[in-house]
Design a protein. Structure first.
Length: 193
């Protein structure tokens, strides 16, 4: 795909075009879904920028996030295309990508202590960025579930992928805190009235 023109002026009236050429309002649920996936991808870019460094843990986090960002770009294009306009062999996410997430979750979990309390998002630059990305991922999942429940999106693979990705981002935030020497903060129930 080659982009030759960024400015189309379609958005000046509050509309945008889907991949098949249909013009829809920018508040359309499909635009909201793929826009939130795009926001998630940007949040992961912030997390990758925070990782920095050449240590093995940083390289491992960056490698996982690189793969996920590529998945999300495909997923966003898939959501930006109406089901009737998708072509045979159009790539989105499925069992292989979900399996990758599950494998990484399992490997990272082996290095983590069990949880005795809820984790407070934050702790350090990398884990905080990953926790923020996790919440954006959950919002993207809710937007896609809305499309599924209204019959506008037949693919449950996208929901499964985003659900598993939010799990991965939680585990990865914890693993990053441990591996990069960031503090993991827990909910202190004694501070509640």
């Amino acid at each position: 795909m080659r982009i030759t023109q960024v400015t189309t002026r379609v958005g000046d009236q509050g509309n945008t075009r889907l991949v098949g050429g249909q013009e829809v309002p920018k508040f359309h649920p499909r635009v909201e879904a793929y826009g939130t996936v795009d926001e998630l991808n940007a949040a992961l870019g912030v997390a990758r920028a925070a990782v920095g460094g050449e240590q093995p843990a940083a390289a491992r986090i960056d490698g996982v996030l690189n793969r996920v960002q590529n998945h999300l770009l495909r997923l966003g294009g898939f959501l930006a295309t109406l089901p009737a306009d998708r072509w045979e062999g159009m790539v989105s996410v499925g069992d292989a990508e979900i399996g990758f997430l599950e494998q990484v979750i399992g490997l990272l979990n082996e290095d983590l202590p069990g949880l005795q309390e809820f984790v407070l998002p934050g702790g350090g630059p990398v884990s905080a960025a990953l926790h923020l990305a996790r919440t954006v991922c959950r919002r993207a999942e809710r937007r896609v579930v809305g499309l599924v429940q209204t019959g506008e999106e037949p693919s449950l693979d996208v929901v499964r992928y985003l659900n598993r990705l939010s799990d991965l981002l939680f585990v990865l935030a914890r693993w990053a805190a441990k591996s990069l020497g960031e503090r993991e903060r827990m909910w202190d129930r004694t501070l509640d009235p």
